[in-house]
Design a protein around this ligand. Structure first.
Ligand code: MG
Ligand code: ZN
Length: 230
């Protein structure tokens, strides 16, 4: 409820200027990151969908080959930040306070305070919610939406915009699908009905081959970008 009220608040109280301003700043962030050679990934999803865990797995796999930084923007950023710090990567906590999303302004400030010139990848863990992060471009190269089977198999159709605007969809925690009486294939079908072109991954940290697919999807996107194909 809180998130929805805030989301409506943006529209009613602030109007279109805020979106226009955000887009301008996002373009600046995009330019800056491009110049610095940083591939940036915005990871969106509800609290408990497993965003932090997936980022941890990506750091573990990519950290030996690439220089990785993370912006921890989830509401409980300090807890997530501690998990990233443990992996020895540059960890930048985003102070969102009560905000229910990150915006280009927050990212711009963090990019001013932290020199990412020598970095290859920047993961941005967005605040845990599936609604308003879709309104705020951060200047990232890749948008990923993560949902867990534990959110129920109607979660996808209830949040069409985020699936229509993301570059990759992840259905996570598939190892517990049966226990929560959800068919992951239904969720995949729903995602494809909203966005036929989007790649969809089924993942679980307990199934190594799915973790590999997750990491490969990010690495391939990064290599394509660097080769100028994206
Ligand atoms: Mg998290
Ligand atoms: Zn919000």
């Amino acid at each position: 409820m809180w998130n929805i009220l805030l989301a409506e608040g943006h529209i009613i109280n602030i109007g279109h200027d805020v979106f226009k301003e955000n887009r301008k700043l996002a373009d600046k962030n995009r330019e800056k990151l491009k110049k610095e050679g940083v591939f940036s990934v915005n990871i969106m999803g509800a609290i408990g969908s497993g965003k932090t865990t997936l980022i941890e797995e990506a750091i573990k796999a990519l950290g030996s080959k690439y220089k990785v930084a993370v912006i921890a923007g989830d509401v409980i950023a300090d807890m997530d930040a501690a998990r990233f710090l443990k992996l020895g990567v540059l960890t930048i906590p985003a102070n969102t306070g009560k905000e229910c999303h990150l915006d280009a302004h927050i990212v711009s400030d963090l990019l001013k305070k932290n020199d990412l010139n020598s970095y290859d990848v920047l993961f941005i863990e967005n605040v845990g919610n599936l609604i308003c992060p879709t309104d705020f471009d951060l200047g990232e190269d890749m948008k990923i939406v993560v949902v867990s089977v534990s959110e129920g198999d109607d979660i996808v159709l209830k949040h069409p915009v985020i699936f229509k605007t993301s570059d990759l969809a992840v259905i996570n925690k598939i190892d517990i699908a049966e226990a929560v009486d959800v068919n992951p294939d239904t969720m995949v079908r729903d995602v494809k009905s909203l966005n036929p072109k989007i790649p969809v991954l089924l993942t679980s940290k307990r199934r190594e081959e799915t973790v590999k697919e997750w990491v490969t999807a990010i690495e391939n996107a990064m290599l394509e970008k660097k080769a100028g194909k994206r």
